[in-house]
Design a protein around this ligand. Sequence first.
Ligand SMILES: NC(=O)c1ccc[n+]([C@@H]2O[C@H](COP(=O)([O-])OP(=O)(O)OC[C@H]3O[C@@H](n4cnc5c(N)ncnc54)[C@H](O)[C@@H]3O)[C@@H](O)[C@H]2O)c1
Ligand SMILES: O=C(O)[C@H](O)COP(=O)(O)O
Length: 539
Amino acid sequence: MARVLIADKLESSGVELLQAAGIEVDNRPGLKGDELKAAIQAADAVICRSQPKLSAEYFDNPGKMRAVARAGVGVDNIDVAAATRKGVVVMNTPGGNTVSAAEHTIALLLALSRRIPAADATMKAGGWDRNKFVGTEVAGKVLGVVGLGRIGREVARRAKGLDMKVIALDQFVTAAKVAELGYESAASLDELLPRVDYLTLHVPGGAETKSMVGARELGLMKKTARVLNVARGGIIDEKALADALAAGTIAGAGVDVFSVEPIAADNPLAKAPNIVITPHLGASTLEAQENVAVEAAQLIKDFLLSGQVANAVNMAAVNPAELAEVRPYVDLARRLGLLQAQVAQGAIRKASLTYRGELAGQKTKLLTAAFTAGMLEYRLSEGVNLVNADVLARDRGIEIAESSSPKKGDFAALLHTEVETEAGTTVASGTLFGDQYVRLVQLGPFRMEGYLDGVLLVFRHHDVPGLIGFVGTIFGKHKVNIAQMTVGRTSPGGEAIGILNLDNWPSDEAVAEVKAHPQISSVTVVKLPAAGELPAWLG
Ligand SMILES: NC(=O)c1ccc[n+]([C@@H]2O[C@H](COP(=O)([O-])OP(=O)(O)OC[C@H]3O[C@@H](n4cnc5c(N)ncnc54)[C@H](O)[C@@H]3O)[C@@H](O)[C@H]2O)c1
Ligand SMILES: O=C(O)[C@H](O)COP(=O)(O)O
């Protein structure tokens, strides 16, 4: 029975969805340190929000855990690079809390403009001051939206409904698209800042956006301007913002997210004037939590029960129908990778894959990952799968290149692979017969029709009469049965290759006797999975 650890507060609908699918749920939000590590290792998958900090140490030994679903958007509490290295797929649920985060932004915008929290606190302390809390209207004011993604767009739409004028800035949204949405666009932050009465940030967190608004940027804004951050802590430099608020060079701020959460006691924003702060409440609505809990549970259920990968931040999507369609080719690609790793001599520098005929452009990323996984599987002790194959290859300085050519040659579909090592380049090509039977059709310069399963004995030789009989006699003597055989040659009497499928691993003596033949130049024994045997990641 599959087991899922719920490591954060999750709505019961998500828990129930998993249980109804026959999945065991270990619902223990708040676990930390060794307890969290042990619970992760005992689970097949984990669901969390932003509370647990799943740093690299939790992926050092993930046990049988293969997937993490973030019930929310930001995955900055998860060390995605470490997860990827260990072959753990990380998924999120973008969209489920978009409306809630946008509404929270608008709530902060209005609360700030009408000074509602301060007025409320004064009244609760017994006061009644109608002069101190004079606010500003938002209608007619300019709102600068940085990041016109899911949340930025919902905020902009609502701001328009409040009669605000929106100017948007997004690195990846064209001015034409911004105009189509009905907003003006800014070419840069420096151009935007002096023009806005309100600035709201909706970009992802991380190194690229850290301190994107600092002292210099705040200095470009009007003294009457207000800033909002419902995205990620640190996108606005906290000290610079606190200083600007204290100096009155900025009129106010609404902040939901902090560089350290829960907020550190000495965070300068906690005591700054004219600020409204909330403890990361953007997604904290019944609706959003219901959405993300169900979405995250569904992602994990689909992953564990049918191998579906959706919304992954560290691998391409794989849905069961597509996987079923390409599964034989994924199997072929992995077997070619395994073969190449055993026939290529020396350290691998580069693998180039060409997808020909009907394979051109068809899920080639998935097939390339499967080839790479196969190639590394033979040489690495750590678990390799579709998630980490590429990164593990890059870690080892192996370049992976792929190209496609729709032109059909001798086969309707062909996967041609070339592996470069310091000793030279090895070529191996494969195809499917009858859409399901995996076949090797080229090894080195030789054309053939060989099987890619079980134990293969590959021997390069000179094409002379009696040689095949000689090899057969040796294996007969050593009681190794030959199940299949294929030969390829450049020309009669020229260079040739023989591939025998053996029923068991040949002894060193048998191999040495074959090698001793003066017309045989090399012998390699290759181990491949049995026919139809798939790796766990493809099962
Ligand atoms: N406070 C909360 O509870 C809460 C809830 C949900 C999401 N969030 C956060 O809100 C942010 C936005 O989420 P989203 O779902 O809208 O993400 P999104 O990916 O849909 O949108 C982000 C947008 O930012 C743009 N962008 C990235 N870097 C940029 C840059 N340097 N300059 C300009 N534009 C840039 C991208 O092109 C994209 O359009 C994220 O940081 C997310 O973690 C917070
Ligand atoms: O990235 C997100 O989805 C939000 O920041 C919400 O985080 P939370 O799930 O911890 O409330």
